[in-house]
Design a protein around this ligand. Structure first.
Ligand SMILES: [Zn+2]
Length: 325
């Protein structure tokens, strides 16, 4: 008998999020950070995905960290991570798939003691995972409205940080989504600390670097003040590796410095509103000295001021410009 109680519940084909009841639209995909395909909203189910040939995929991603995803992948294509803490396995982030074979495989690895998710695009079938493994699913309170399959296993947390185990701390970085969260692991086998960032801080193609986007698919950059708040919050955490959202997207060394360096680079470009006539020179090779000494140094060190997501989606470029240096 299957342990997947929600095998016939609707799963959005574009974002992979499972809902608790049939509905017409997917609010997560209607948001300006996501999109609908040209042919409109489409639904599937865990059952139909299995029938169509999807299976679980399990592969090591780093010391004490096992990637768990679907093959072939679908929707956004992210993989989750099973963090093998001595205090129990934590599933970091989720995706829109689960079948009985995958339940057995994950059980053979020690099961799941807790699920924690970074933001709505990676909710996937998190409620199903939490119910099957009898594990709480940690979601930041600020993103409560996006939970598509409410359930007692979903545990909302609030504030800037929340320890979910003696060596694991959630941090509400607030980039990408107001409740956007990352997870810090102080007890990784290397002893240097590890950060799980989803795409709250996105590990980019050059995996020595990260980026900060309000929307990845629609290329809407994150607001400088929101990034500054996040970087200030992260300063108390040390980490070497940074695990991004996709297979192989892992910063393997010097993660704390990579995050800070990446924020500085981002702000150097985002806040350079210098003279237009210099064309390429003005933009790239332009008054960089001034930016580094002025806006960037000042930006990162500056007031963490506005809370994440303050003003929400409606806050236009005016905020970024007004807040520049
Ligand atoms: Zn969707």
């Amino acid at each position: 008998m299957s342990r997947i109680e929600g095998a016939r519940l609707p799963v959005c084909r574009t974002c992979g999020v499972q809902y608790g009841a049939a509905r017409e639209d997917c609010p997560i995909c209607l948001d300006e950070r996501q999109y609908l395909p040209a042919d409109g909203q489409q639904w599937t189910t865990l059952h139909d995905l299995r029938v169509a040939g999807h299976r679980g995929r399990i592969e090591e991603e780093g010391p004490g960290v096992i990637g768990v995803g679907a093959a072939p992948s679908f929707a956004v294509g992210q993989r989750a991570l099973l963090i093998r803490s001595p205090h129990g396995n934590v599933l970091w982030d989720c995706f829109g798939y689960l079948d009985d074979d995958l339940v057995r495989e994950v059980e053979s690895l020690g099961g799941v003691s807790a699920v924690a998710v970074s933001h709505p695009h990676f909710y996937g079938a998190m409620t199903e995972w939490g119910r099957v493994f009898g594990a709480p699913v940690y979601v930041h309170e600020a993103d409560r409205e996006w939970v598509g399959r409410p359930d007692p296993v979903v545990e909302f947390w609030s504030g800037e940080t929340r320890a979910i185990a003696p060596d694991l701390t959630l941090v509400n970085a607030g980039t990408h989504f107001e409740g956007g969260s990352v997870l810090h692991w102080s007890g990784d086998p290397d002893g240097r600390g590890a950060l799980f960032s989803g795409d709250i801080f996105g590990v980019v193609a050059d995996t020595r670097w990260l980026t900060f986007m309000y929307s990845f698919p629609n290329y809407i950059p994150e607001r400088p003040r929101t990034i500054r708040r996040a970087i200030a919050l992260m300063e108390r955490f040390a980490f070497d590796r940074v695990y991004g959202a996709f297979w192989g997207r892992v910063v393997v060394a010097d993660g704390s410095a990579a995050l800070r360096r990446s924020a500085e680079r981002y702000l150097r470009f985002a806040l350079d509103d210098g003279p237009v006539d210099g064309s390429a020179e003005g933009t790239v090779g332009g008054p960089v000295d001034g930016s580094i000494g002025g806006s960037v140094g000042g930006s990162l060190g500056g007031p963490a001021g506005g809370a994440a997501g303050e003003g929400g989606a409606a806050s236009g470029p005016g905020d970024a410009l007004g807040d520049g240096s």
